[in-house]
Design a protein around this ligand. Sequence first.
Ligand code: SF4
Length: 102
Amino acid sequence: MRVVVDQDLCGTTGQCVLTLPGTFRQREPDGVAEVCVATVPQALHAAVRLAASQCPVAAIRVIESDAGDHERASADPAPSPAEPERHAANDQRNPGGHDGTV
Ligand code: SF4
């Protein structure tokens, strides 16, 4: 399991840090929460889910499976930087549309 904090949403209440000080911390000087572990130990899974459910602004997201994330990431890669150029080249070869008429 992994856990992330949406730092744009965090309301700096510190509730997650009080609940799990080894997993969350508040950064200086603004108090926005940060996650201080790469993966959540099994023994803390329930506590992290609880902390996420108690965040008043729903800024904590629990990612249940590291393996699932990797699979999703590889199945849905970011678009290649060359992708717009490829489309532009196709448009020039076929200016009238999909059937080739102008
Ligand atoms: S409980 Fe939510 S709002 Fe409060 S510090 Fe943690 S992430 Fe931020």
